[in-house]
Design a binder for this molecule. Structure first.
Ligand SMILES: Nc1nc2c(c(=O)[nH]1)N[C@H]1C(S)=C(S)[C@@H](COP(=O)(O)O)O[C@H]1N2
Ligand SMILES: [Mo]
Length: 530
């Protein structure tokens, strides 16, 4: 029970229960309305990175300790971004609800605090490396919309509360004697209307949204050096095995972007600069006129846990990275290429890996089609043998020859290694969980990009290592499928695998976490046979 304090000499109103919910709702709805308007304004006019929610979320990601980010990638996979956005909206909404309750008795303080939330978003948006012009505008608009929404809803909440009460100066929405009739329905209608309007705005902006019209694009060229037909894999013969080639739609995705960038190829350029004799820029059409090669290359993410699924094999079409670097004339002082994406992401690649003759590409197509937006349209790096975070910059727009001493990339700042050859790993795809007794197959893939896979062995419980049957070999930069027929007997069994690369080295049994140089250790699964 709360009593209403009154001025000395006034008759105290009968004590009664005061509901704080309408004030919380007022704060929450005001924040939602502001975030919706700010988001829509950002997406349609100022660049999505200036959306208040996205800007705060991006700043949170950048400030997140690596361990937490690792956890997020593994626990949530690529849904870590929608999750983070929801969290930002939720935390902001909760904070605003709390501010709304404060506003019951201290409306000015509440308005200042709400303005403070908008200010935080404005600062975050302005700090984004990919910020366009006037990045603070959507956040300021969020505040300009949120504050009056809050004042109106708070006014209605006060109406509802002050029915039959003595005038309380702290609840001073109205002068004594001028209070209108309480209006609970009006309050709910107003709050509901604001929420519905916000939803309509966000949904509407999705429809007209960021999909910039892409004019007719120049056709993809035929490769001057085509890849041989990919041999038929074990896909049809072994149930549950990873397909030999990963369709683009199933290809794992790892990046720091909230919204997949939609790059307008007509306005895109790739610039090669830094410690070079002849810096230059080329357009998409010019890039497509350069000689292209086609290669089957497997990509792996350094964040992939042992037996994890952050790997994929695809056919890439692209210009040799080396051709571009040679045209620019990289000075011998450089030791890295710092590549930058259209949204300001930076990735370091050891220069040596780009010049040593491997099929490092600036790729424009994947599995015979233009790169999907999620995988880097209009162009990305693909560097066989290096984890994606050092060799596979998507939406690449600049490649700067420099040194590790002079400039460091996003993940280098977070303590990940800079020289990151992919570790030899086998993965067990099947069986998992429960299987019925009888003949089945233990199967999976193994990779050791740029060394190649020679063999895989499997051990059941404490038995001997048994040689698996190997699938076709599509070159040292591509993974291999393998399987071992198995007579499964009832009970619990532990299956372990290990791969040997083409140099004859067996993968290490030593466990390592993904951070900072990639996971290692034998993959192991426990199955129940019945
Ligand atoms: N611009 C940009 N490129 C990027 C990243 C990124 O965050 N931004 N992530 C890298 C990482 S960690 C990996 S593993 C690969 C993944 O490529 P994919 O999403 O096409 O599978 O992209 C790399 N290229
Ligand atoms: Mo990665």
């Amino acid at each position: 029970m709360a009593t209403v304090q009154t001025e000395p000499g006034r008759v105290a109103a009968p004590a009664r229960r005061v509901s704080r919910w309408p004030y919380a709702v007022a704060g929450l709805v005001a924040a939602l309305a502001g975030m919706a308007v700010g988001h829509v304004l950002a997406v349609v006019a100022f660049g999505s990175s200036s959306s208040p929610v996205l800007a705060v979320g991006s700043q949170v990601v950048d400030a997140t300790p690596v361990a937490v980010e690792q956890w997020a990638v593994h626990t949530l996979g690529t849904s870590d971004k929608p999750f983070l956005l929801t969290m930002v909206a939720l935390v902001t909404g909760l904070a605003a609800a709390g501010i709304g309750v404060v506003g019951r008795t201290r409306p000015t303080l509440a308005r200042l605090l709400l303005a403070g939330l908008a200010l935080v978003a404005a600062v975050c948006a302005s700090l984004r490396p990919e910020a366009g012009n006037l990045p603070a505008v959507p956040s300021i608009a969020a505040g300009l919309v949120g504050l009056p929404v809050f004042s109106r809803l708070r006014g209605r909440a006060v109406d509802g509360e002050t029915r039959g009460m003595a005038y309380d100066p702290r609840m001073s929405a109205y002068e004594p004697g001028t209070r209108p009739a309480p209006d609970r329905r009006g309050f709910l209608a107003a709050a509901g209307g604001v929420v519905a309007g916000g939803v309509a705005l966000v949904v509407g902006s999705r429809l007209v949204g960021p999909g910039k019209p892409r004019g007719p694009l120049p056709a993809l060229p035929a490769p001057v050096d085509a890849a041989p037909a990919l041999p038929t894999g074990l896909d049809a013969r072994v149930k549950g095995i990873t397909p030999f080639r990963t369709p683009a739609k199933d290809f794992y995705r790892v990046d720091t972007e909230f919204l997949v960038p939609h790059v307008d190829a007509a306005g895109w350029k790739l610039t090669i600069d830094g410690d070079v004799a002849h810096p230059f820029s080329i357009t998409y059409a010019e890039l497509l006129r350069m000689p292209m090669i086609e290669r089957d290359i497997t990509l792996a993410c350094v964040s992939n846990e042992v037996n994890g699924d952050l790997t994929g094999g695809a056919r890439w079409l692209g210009v040799r990275t080396k051709d571009l670097l040679e045209r620019a004339g990289v000075h011998s002082t450089a030791d890295q290429i710092l590549s930058t994406s259209t949204s300001g992401m930076t990735i370091s690649t050891p220069l040596a890996a780009l010049l040593d003759g491997r099929d490092a590409l600036v790729a424009v197509a994947m599995n015979g089609a233009r790169l999907p937006d999620a995988h880097g349209f209009p162009a990305r790096l693909v560097t066989p043998g290096l984890y994606g975070f050092t060799g596979a910059t998507k939406w690449v727009s600049r490649m700067t020859a420099t040194t590790y001493a002079a400039q460091s990339a996003y993940w280098t700042e977070q303590g990940w290694v800079t020289d990151a050859p992919v570790k030899t790993e086998a993965r067990i795809d099947t069986p998992t969980g429960r299987v019925s007794a009888g003949r089945t197959a233990i199967a999976g893939v193994a990779w050791a990009m740029h060394r190649g896979i020679r063999s895989v062995e499997v051990r059941v419980d404490d038995g001997d290592w048994q040689a698996a049957t190997m699938g076709p070999d599509a070159g040292i930069d591509y993974w291999r499928q393998w399987y071992l027929p198995w007579e499964a007997t009832p009970g619990r069994h532990t299956l372990v695998a290990r791969a040997t690369d083409d140099t004859g080295a067996v993968q290490t049994a030593a466990h390592a976490d993904p951070y900072p140089a990639g996971a290692s250790g034998y993959p192991s699964v426990t199955v129940t046979v019945s």
